[in-house]
Design a protein around this ligand. Structure first.
Ligand SMILES: Cc1cc2nc3c(=O)[nH]c(=O)nc-3n(C[C@H](O)[C@H](O)[C@H](O)COP(=O)(O)OP(=O)(O)OC[C@H]3O[C@@H](n4cnc5c(N)ncnc54)[C@H](O)[C@@H]3O)c2cc1C
Length: 375
């Protein structure tokens, strides 16, 4: 069978679509497998400067109404600890981006690009990039070990209307309940003057299901209480859904099929992190930006290498595994630290938060790392 495509991307989510656009700019012939999802996703994602640059470059960064800059962030521990971060003058800590708005822009851009063709099933290509998300069937067919550790938590996602404008604040609370840890985040929506917030509430799984099945009024009350009335009364104003949580990483990210054509993994198909730090899509976009950059080196001094060149793909695998590790460890570490039930651990973590809050130089450094991450 002749191979008419350079690259076949399996999965047309945000990571797969972004990669298709990046590769089309290198004049590669791209097949994109999968149809845009018609499900209403009410989530909003915290995206960092690196992701913003990638999406802006592709003209897929949403308008200000759908990408709210975060000017300050406040995190409360489970026993009085608190830490706050303010953005430096003229910069945002990150942006809270409406998922549906971003997906729409990516899909429109893909449909506008003549060198990308949509397919409903995989096609032959010199390189296959698997962007099928955490339950990737291609990864399973390839027999790649996906070392995963499920958390006893689900994330409940919805949106709330606020009594007053959010003032571009992102807020997070860690709390110990008799059934385990819960982590509530309220992320500002609707632009700088907006009066809505996206909710990501990581809860012990059975409580997450109960609250998801509760009426809007009951959930609004529970959210107002869990947010300690900081933003006044919260009114649920969208659909709600739950997501199972895990930390996971594929042991192998690149290889070859039986026909000697190459494959690589990217995005959630390669790794999964707890959403407490809002990093999953940022990591996935960093994966595809790195892959596109490495493949672009074929246009220069490595012109003799093909798009499925194993040396280039192993370079991608090494680079991204190293980039992923600090975030994977940090997200899992924070989750574990706050899950520990002992009172000594509780005192220590709250003392740690408040002490860190006093260290202005370290805080400035942390803010710069958040704005310009090096992964
Ligand atoms: C509650 C919650 C909040 C989050 N908040 C943030 C945040 O604030 N910031 C952040 O950066 N990240 C966040 N994340 C993480 C983010 O959702 C994921 O990292 C991101 O969606 C991964 O994108 P992806 O394209 O790799 O996978 P997915 O979004 O899972 O997309 C995979 C696509 O592949 C398709 N597919 C699956 N199997 C096949 C197949 N066999 N053939 C063809 N297509 C297939 C699917 O239908 C889907 O369209 C959050 C996650 C959760 C659960």
């Amino acid at each position: 069978m002749t191979t008419t495509y350079d690259v076949c991307i399996r999965g047309s989510g945000m990571v797969g679509s972004t990669l298709a656009l990046l590769l089309a700019r290198q004049r590669l012939r791209v097949a994109l497998v999968g149809t845009p999802s018609s499900a209403q996703d009410m989530r909003a994602f915290a995206l960092n400067q690196v992701s913003q640059n990638v999406l802006t470059d592709l003209r897929c960064w949403p308008s200000p109404e759908f990408a709210t800059p975060v000017q300050s962030m406040r995190i409360w521990g489970d026993q009085g600890g608190v830490i706050s971060f303010d953005s430096p003058q003229g910069q945002a800590l990150n942006h809270i981006v409406d998922v549906q708005a971003l997906e729409k822009l990516l899909h429109q851009a893909v449909d506008f690009q003549p060198s990308i063709e949509r397919h409903s099933a995989p096609v032959q290509a010199l390189l296959t990039v698997v962007c099928e998300g955490k339950n990737s069937s291609t990864r399973q067919e390839l027999g790649i070990d996906f070392q995963s550790m499920p958390y006893p938590q689900h994330a409940l996602a919805t949106r709330v209307r606020l009594d007053t404008p959010h003032q571009q604040q992102a807020l997070q609370w860690f709390a110990q309940a008799p059934d385990g840890l819960d982590i509530l985040a309220l992320l500002p929506l609707g632009g700088a003057q907006g009066q809505e917030a996206a909710v990501v509430w990581s809860l012990p799984s059975s409580r997450a299901q109960t609250l998801c099945a509760a009426s809007d009024a009951e959930l609004s009350l529970a959210l107002t209480k869990a947010s300690r009335n900081t933003l006044g009364n919260l009114q649920v104003c969208s659909a709600k859904s739950t997501w199972p949580l895990q930390t996971a990483q594929a042991t192998q990210w690149s290889g070859t099929f039986a026909n000697a054509h190459s494959w690589v993994l990217a995005g959630d198909a390669a790794h999964s992190v707890h959403p407490l730090a809002g990093m999953g899509l940022n990591l996935g976009l960093a994966d595809v930006a790195a892959l596109a950059h490495i493949l672009s080196q074929r246009e220069g001094k490595e012109y003799w290498r093909g798009v499925g060149d194993k040396f280039l793909l192993r370079r991608y695998e090494r680079e991204r595994k190293a980039g992923l590790m600090p975030t994977l460890l940090a997200c899992d570490g924070i989750q574990r630290m706050f899950s520990h039930p002992s009172t000594v651990a509780q005192s220590l973590r709250n003392w740690g938060l408040s002490s860190f809050d006093q260290l202005s130089h370290l805080k400035q450094w942390t803010v710069q790392q958040a704005i310009h991450p090096s992964f």
